[in-house]
Design a protein around this ligand. Structure first.
Ligand SMILES: Cc1ncc(COP(=O)(O)O)c(C=O)c1O
Length: 478
């Protein structure tokens, strides 16, 4: 036995010690500052030497927890109004520890029978919220939206250019092109680069005032491409853009795809979670017309990294695209579900589904309905505050939980700098985190309600901080 093997009492003692740290951390989240104050932040590399021999485990655990918490950046904090990363559910945290302990290898069925079934069942639960019962669909967990979008585009390609899988495009002699809005996620650029289609093949289509892909402009570009010898194969609609949470007109895009025979992918990494709310499903209505959908439980569904899912209602396309075989891959006579490695980019595969499965089992789908409803309400309230403010101007009513606004009464050429100055000021003491971005070409401040611990108290604190940071004489809360 090596020194890795700890005895029963040591394992128990260390496990409880860590759980105490995690539990205290969770207690602190509603009021915890997101990061250190500006003058204490450091971006230098660590320079410790690799330990040759070990040290006391309890001391190392305590130090690790203290340092990571004291000096860390806290995505789970209720005052993190940030990019799309949430406070994980506690059940998910426990499931993650359990997965690490059990370490199921989900590549193939015969080494992970129950784990695979749980994963497939979790995919089914998600798919059934997108497509009603009679639709047959397949899906697989991924490391996140990046891999899910990559997988969807790979399917779209192999559906249109079957020869590409074996021969590559040189063999097919085609010039494939695809379409997404100018606001869509950069994972699409990476994907088409890696798939050999080339980044230039991704046609970025202009958006309307609401940051939605303009179907008219899309159609015109498709016709232009067809007339010049290109081969359109896919349109990507976004359900919840990264900048502003805009949801494209999925029905209009599906119509265009139908007319031209194109694969319709919906990148719902963030917004597709709305299917879990009966009340707000209409926010992503017609998502069921997609050939494939990306949804990231590690965004609006309060899962820790990593958890993405790609689903498709095109029979066997995952298997057609990712299927491989070599002699060492285990076979399992009598299996009627497909080995994960045959429907995914991955071979060795972590069980990213158990945390969502356990959260759903303990809290139920209705907890997500409440979560989504509450977050939408908070985002709309905050947008209402912006609208009434004499210092800030709302860009659009939020479609989901991202609010874009700008400093008011500033010349257009100075807006970006004024926004940035406000964000720098609001984030300088580390208490809360917001950011700037550019939505539809316009510089904006971006606030996102993403933590299930965020409530009116945190938003009121943010409003006060914004007023204090805004140019002009502060006039307190409106
Ligand atoms: C709309 C959208 N799609 C895809 C992604 C990529 O997801 P991931 O970070 O899980 O790879 C993101 C990430 O923020 C996103 O906002």
């Amino acid at each position: 036995m090596t020194t890795f093997a700890l005895d029963h009492d040591a394992r128990r003692r260390l496990g409880y010690r860590l759980i105490d740290h995690i539990n205290d951390y969770f207690d602190s989240l509603p009021d915890r500052r997101v990061q250190l104050p500006l003058d204490e932040r450091s971006f230098e590399q660590l320079r410790e030497r690799m330990p040759e021999v070990g040290e006391d485990a309890a001391k190392a655990l305590d130090e690790m927890a203290r340092e990571m918490i004291d000096k860390g950046f806290h995505v789970p904090a209720a005052n993190y109004f940030g990019l799309m990363n949430p406070t994980p559910t506690y059940m998910a945290v426990l499931a993650e520890a359990f997965v690490a302990a059990i370490n199921p290898q989900l590549a193939s069925l015969n080494r992970s029978q129950l784990a695979s079934k749980i994963e497939i069942e979790t995919v089914r639960w998600i798919g059934e919220r997108i497509w009603s019962e009679p639709t047959k669909f397949d899906g697989t967990f991924t490391s996140g939206g990046n891999e899910a979008n990559f997988s969807a585009l790979a399917m779209a390609l192999s559906s249109h250019f079957p020869c590409a899988i074996e021969d590559g495009f040189a063999g097919c002699g085609d010039r494939p092109v695809l379409y997404a809005s100018s606001e869509s996620h950069h994972s699409l650029d990476k994907s088409v680069g890696l798939l050999g289609v080339g980044r230039k093949a991704l046609r970025r289509i202009a958006v309307n005032q609401l940051m939605q892909l303009d179907p008219q402009a899309l159609e015109e570009r498709i016709l232009q491409d067809l007339a010049t010898g290109y081969k359109p194969f896919c349109v990507v609609g976004t359900a919840g853009t990264t900048n502003s949470g805009a949801v494209d007109d999925l029905n209009a895009l599906a119509d265009v795809c139908q007319r031209f025979g194109l694969w319709f992918h919906v990148d719902g990494a963030y917004g597709a979670a709305a299917v879990f709310s009966d009340k707000h499903r209409d926010l992503v209505s017609d998502i069921e017309r997609a050939d494939s959908v990306t949804i990231d439980p590690h965004k609006w569904m309060a899962m820790p990294f990593a958890a993405g899912v790609v689903l498709t209602r095109r029979a066997n396309m995952l298997a057609t695209t990712f299927g491989v075989s070599t002699p060492y891959m285990p076979k399992f006579a009598g299996a009627n579900i497909v080995d994960n490695f045959k429907v995914s980019t991955q071979w060795s595969r972590r069980m990213n589904s158990l945390k969502l499965w356990l959260t759903l089992r303990v809290h139920g789908r209705q907890a997500y309905e409440e979560h989504i409803d509450n977050q939408l309400k908070l985002a709309r309230q905050f947008a209402g505050w912006v609208k009434k403010s004499d210092r800030f101007e709302l860009l659009n009513d939020p479609q989901l939980t991202i609010v874009n606004f700008r400093v008011k009464n500033v010349p257009a050429s100075e807006v970006a700098a004024a926004n940035q100055a406000v964000v720098d000021e609001v984030t300088s003491d580390g208490t809360r985190w917001i950011s700037t971005t550019v939505a539809g070409g316009k510089p904006v401040i971006r606030v996102m309600v993403i933590s299930y611990l965020t409530g009116e108290k945190q938003l009121e604190g943010l409003e006060q901080a914004l007023m204090a940071a805004a140019p002009g004489k502060a006039s307190g809360r409106i």
